[in-house]
Write a protein that binds this ligand. Structure first.
Ligand SMILES: NC(=O)c1ccc[n+]([C@@H]2O[C@H](COP(=O)([O-])OP(=O)(O)OC[C@H]3O[C@@H](n4cnc5c(N)ncnc54)[C@H](OP(=O)(O)O)[C@@H]3O)[C@@H](O)[C@H]2O)c1
Length: 329
C-alpha cells in the first residue's frame, strides 16, 4: 500500500461462492469522500439475506470483484465532501446504501442515502433500520396502500423486515396478525405491534388464522417466504385482498382460480426499485416514527466482523434468535 493512505479492516469478496469467500483484510484503503459523499466511521452494520444471495453469485446484482458487502451501517460522520451541507464530522447517522460497502470500519456513502440517527437509538438499532424498515414501508404503504382499520398478516414477523412491518402497521392503525417459528419469536412479535400471533411451524396454524379472521378474511398479507406460503395466503385473503411478496426462495404451485373468485392480487416488491424521491418520502415517515418512538428496531444475533461467515450461514439456516442480525465493528 502507498504510504500516507489510512488503512482499515474490511471484509472483501474476491470470488463468488459460499460464506468462506468472505475474507477479513486489515490493509484496505480508507476511501476519501468527494463532492456529495460522506465517510462514516462504522459502529455496527446490518446483515441482510440479500447479501448472501449476492455473495453466492446467484443474484441479479453482481458487483465487480473484489467488493465489500452490505448497505446498512450506523456510525459517526468522519469526513464530508465539499458539496455536503446536511452533515458534519461527529454527526450520528445510518445509511440505506454505501458506495464502498458496509462490512468495514469505514464506509463511503452518497449524502442522500444517509440519515440522522436520533439519540434514543443506539448504533446496533441504527444498523437495523435501512433495508428492513424501508422495505416494510414500501410493502405496506407504497405497494399495498393500506388504510387504517384494515387487517394485515405479516407472514414471517419475527425477523428484520417482519418486526419493522408490525411496528409500522400498528402505528398506521391496522389490525396486525403475525407469525413466528418459536415461542420467543411469538412473544417479541406481540411486543412489537401485533394484536395476535401464530406459529408457522405448527401444522394447523393456518386453520387457527382462518378461525381468528372469520369469513371476511385478511385484507393484506406481507409475505416473507412465498415459496412455502403463497397458496395458503390466497385462501386467507378477503375479497379484493392483496399478497405482497417480499421474500421467496424458490417455486410454488398455486391455483389461479383463488385469485379470480376474490379478485385478489399478488404483487412482488424490490426495495431498490424505489426512486430517490420515494426513499426521501419513506425516510420522512420513518424519521417521525423514531422521534415519536414507535420505530424501535429489535436487535437479534450480534457478531464481530471476523465472524461474518458464521453470520451468513446462520441467517440462511434460520434457527437463531428473533430480531435483526448485526455485525459489530
Ligand atoms: N423484496 C425486497 O426488496 C426485500 C428486502 C428485504 C428482504 N427481503 C427478503 O425478505 C425475507 C425476510 O427478510 P428478513 O431480513 O426479515 O430476514 P430474517 O431476519 O432472516 O427473517 C426471516 C423470517 O422468515 C421467517 N420464517 C421462517 N420460516 C417461515 C415460514 N414457513 N413462513 C413464514 N415465515 C417464515 C422467520 O421466522 P422464524 O425465524 O421465527 O421461524 C423470520 O421471521 C428474506 O427472504 C429476504 O431476502 C426482500
Amino acid at each position: 500500500m502507498a504510504t500516507g493512505q489510512k488503512l482499515m479492516r474490511a471484509i472483501r469478496v474476491f470470488e463468488f461462492g459460499g460464506p468462506e469467500v468472505l475474507k477479513l483484510q486489515s490493509d484496505v484503503v480508507v476511501p476519501v469522500p468527494k463532492e456529495h459523499q460522506v465517510l462514516i466511521k462504522v459502529h455496527a452494520c446490518g446483515v441482510n439475506p440479500v447479501e448472501t444471495y449476492i455473495r453466492s453469485g446467484t443474484h441479479l446484482i453482481k458487483p465487480t470483484l473484489p467488493y465489500t458487502p452490505g448497505t446498512d451501517v450506523a456510525g459517526v460522520i468522519e469526513a464530508t465532501g465539499d458539496e455536503v451541507s446536511a452533515f458534519k464530522k461527529g454527526d450520528r447517522v445510518f445509511s440505506t446504501r454505501t458506495i464502498s460497502g458496509a462490512y468495514a470500519e469505514y464506509a463511503l456513502a452518497a449524502d442522500h442515502t444517509v440519515y440522522p440517527l436520533p439519540g434514543n437509538l443506539d448504533f446496533k438499532q441504527g444498523a437495523a433500520i435501512g433495508i428492513p424498515y424501508f422495505t416494510a414501508f414500501r410493502a405496506l404503504l407504497h405497494s399495498a396502500r393500506v388504510k387504517a382499520g384494515q387487517s394485515v398478516l405479516v407472514h414471517g414477523a419475527s425477523g428484520g423486515v417482519g418486526l419493522a412491518t408490525c411496528q409500522i402497521a400498528r402505528a398506521y392503525g391496522l389490525k396486525v396478525l403475525g407469525t413466528a417459528g418459536t415461542e420467543e419469536g411469538q412473544k417479541i412479535v406481540l411486543q412489537n405491534g401485533a394484536h395476535e400471533v401464530f406459529n408457522h411451524r405448527e401444522v394447523n396454524y393456518i386453520d387457527k388464522i382462518k378461525k381468528s379472521v372469520g369469513e371476511k378474511g385478511i385484507d393484506v398479507i406481507i409475505e416473507m417466504l412465498a415459496n412455502v406460503n403463497l397458496s395458503n395466503d390466497l385462501n386467507l385473503l378477503s375479497f379484493g385482498g392483496k399478497v405482497i411478496v417480499v421474500g421467496s426462495r424458490g417455486p410454488i404451485e398455486i391455483n389461479p382460480r383463488a385469485t379470480m373468485t376474490k379478485e385478489s392480487s399478488i404483487t412482488g416488491i424490490t426495495l431498490f426499485a424505489s426512486t430517490k424521491e420515494e426513499f426521501q418520502q419513506f425516510a420522512a415517515a420513518l424519521q417521525a416514527g423514531m422521534e415519536i418512538g414507535w420505530l424501535k428496531p429489535v436487535v437479534g444475533s450480534q457478531y464481530p466482523l471476523e465472524k461474518v461467515a458464521q453470520a451468513h450461514e446462520d441467517i440462511i439456516r434460520g434457527s437463531r434468535p428473533p430480531g435483526k442480525m448485526v455485525l459489530l465493528l
